[in-house]
Design a protein around this ligand. Structure first.
Ligand code: KIV
Ligand code: ZN
Length: 518
């Protein structure tokens, strides 16, 4: 590929590497919903999952392949024939498809994980790429742990993969070990030493263990890489992957220094970030670059004064450019259905009639209890309504008796579980404990509550509460989020969201003979 091209391909792996974050598993429908947003954002390649990992993963890749038309849909596959065949099968419905196959090339991984000699790994590179090319033209090959690999061996493997038909060569910093200058030099070395490198796009995939994933990715682009693998909100294994919103906005904002383009519609970033956070239950830290709640907030007097005189004094990009609306005084209890639907469209939601009706009913309840309903409130409300649309466990009603004179608060709870109404009463050490006990009485008790947090969505005492719950079962974690003006209802929603994710996780059996990719 011509490295003089200034276009950087954005390969999003939120649905694969992002999903590998402990607790972030997504159902098929959730993946399809996120994939549609990524497609609308004009992501070039969407890695939908790891088809061989389980029946659930296979079905999710297949569903994304069926629904997405413009972006290339990709499945990961180890360098094992059965993996590659399964990826090809799942990708059958895709209009544009890619198989992404990988094997580790570092001495550490070859010796201890694969227990293979380098010559055998070299043979497998050729065999796996050739097999993948038997199914699709668009094959990507990754050298897992490339940044800790022997440069000579890496160059030989890259050359062999290209010769076997790989069109994209991905250089992962699997353990987030490299630093920008070193990564720049590694990519340059590949351009200087691999004779057929011009026949492939060089890609990078950086993990964030040292907080350098974005810097390393940008350094690689400056050295000639023309594909960056990244995730929304930087979701991913351990400390995560390079955050897509940071890559895209860094390239946009510093075009003077880095003259490259992406196809991404940056104004959809905020929406994608919200959806991924609400779906996975992973809250975005307030000071997170680009998408954190404080990313465009100015509190100190000096900053506010400067901003009033000229916004550029303290703002290098506008909130609107990433889809954050600033004038967001919105709706009240007199707002009608029509205005509500228009507002949702303005916020980027494209809901079916039933979902709009359900969201509208919840909006009316909210507007009765809260004077001003802001954009953030609506986003939280719609996330809660739509994202939970297909959940097997749903909250129907919750009433709590508590207060200074009540020794043991009591929760009266009604849930719908797989379409069946269930009711119970339970007591607890406090109202939250009583609520969670009631949920457990009506569902399962094998899970353990690991963390429970509540924060306000907006300012003021009538603000909606957003609760986050992390549950653990058999060493596996799931996260849940819920919001409501009533903190206890928000907490119940968060617990129920996490439980629904646990049900998805339980369904996903993992027959993989080796550990999943990093
Ligand atoms: O981090 C990694 O090495 C990966 C590869 C499978 C691309 O995720
Ligand atoms: Zn990875």
């Amino acid at each position: 590929m011509n490295m003089s091209s200034t276009n950087v391909i954005i390969f999003d792996t939120t649905l694969r590497d992002g999903e590998q974050s402990p607790g972030a598993s997504m159902s098929r429908d959730e993946k399809v919903r996120i994939a549609k947003i990524l497609e609308e954002m004009r992501v070039d390649v969407i890695e939908a999952g790891f088809a061989v990992a389980s029946q659930g993963d296979f079905e999710a890749v297949e569903a994304v392949a069926r629904e997405v038309k413009d972006s290339i849909v990709c499945s990961l596959a180890r360098a094992i024939r059965a993996d590659i065949d399964r990826a090809a099968e799942a990708l059958k419905p895709a209009r544009r498809k890619r198989i992404h196959t990988f094997i580790a090339t570092s001495p550490l991984h070859m010796q201890h994980k694969l227990q293979m000699e380098p010559y055998r790994v070299y043979e497998i590179v050729i065999d796996s790429v050739t097999r993948a090319r038997g199914f699709v033209d668009d094959v990507e090959w990754s050298a897992e742990d490339a940044t800790r690999s022997d440069p000579d061996f890496l160059c030989r493997c890259v050359e062999a993969a290209i010769k076997a038909g790989a069109r994209t060569i991905n250089i992962p910093d699997t353990v987030g070990y490299t630093v920008p200058e070193e990564h720049h030099a590694l990519i340059k070395m590949l351009f200087n030493r691999v004779p057929n490198i011009d026949k492939a796009v060089v890609s990078v995939h950086c993990h964030n263990d040292l907080g350098l994933a974005v810097a390393n990715s940008l350094a690689a682009v400056q050295a000639g890489a023309r594909q960056v693998e990244c995730t929304i909100n930087g979701l991913g294994e351990r400390a995560g992957n390079a955050a897509m919103e940071e890559i895209v906005m860094a390239l946009r904002t510093r075009k003077d220094y880095m003259p490259f383009n992406t196809n991404i519609r940056a104004e959809m970033i905020a929406r994608a970030s919200h959806t991924v956070s609400a779906t996975t239950g992973f809250a975005v830290q307030p000071n997170k670059a680009i998408v954190g709640a404080n990313a465009f907030a100015h509190e100190s007097g000096i900053h506010q004064d400067g901003m009033l005189k000229n916004a550029q004094t303290y703002e290098i990009m506008t909130p609107e450019s990433v889809g954050v609306k600033t004038s967001n005084l919105v709706m009240g209890k007199h707002s009608g259905r029509h205005a509500f639907r228009a507002k949702l469209e303005d916020l980027g939601f494209d809901l079916g009639d039933n979902a709009v009706e359900e969201a509208f009913a919840r909006f009316k309840t909210l507007a009765d209890r809260k004077r001003e309903v802001r954009d953030e409130d609506l986003v939280a409300l719609v996330d809660d309504t739509v994202i939970r649309g297909n959940d097997r466990i749903k909250l129907v009603n919750l009433e709590i008796t508590c207060g200074t004179r009540i020794m043991r608060p009591e929760a009266e709870l009604e849930l719908e579980v797989d379409g069946e109404l269930r009711k119970c009463r339970a007591i607890g050490d406090g109202p939250v404990d009583a609520t969670f006990n009631a949920i457990k009485d009506l569902t399962t008790r094998t899970q353990h509550l690991r963390t429970y947090q509540v924060q306000a969505v907006t300012e003021g005492t009538d603000a909606q509460a957003q609760a986050t719950v992390r549950l653990e079962e058999d060493g596996k974690t799931v996260m849940g989020q819920g919001s409501d003006v009533d903190t206890l209802v928000a907490s119940a929603r968060a617990y129920i969201h996490a439980l629904n994710k646990l049900l998805v996780k339980r369904q996903k059996t993992a027959p993989a003979p080796q550990s999943a990719a990093g």
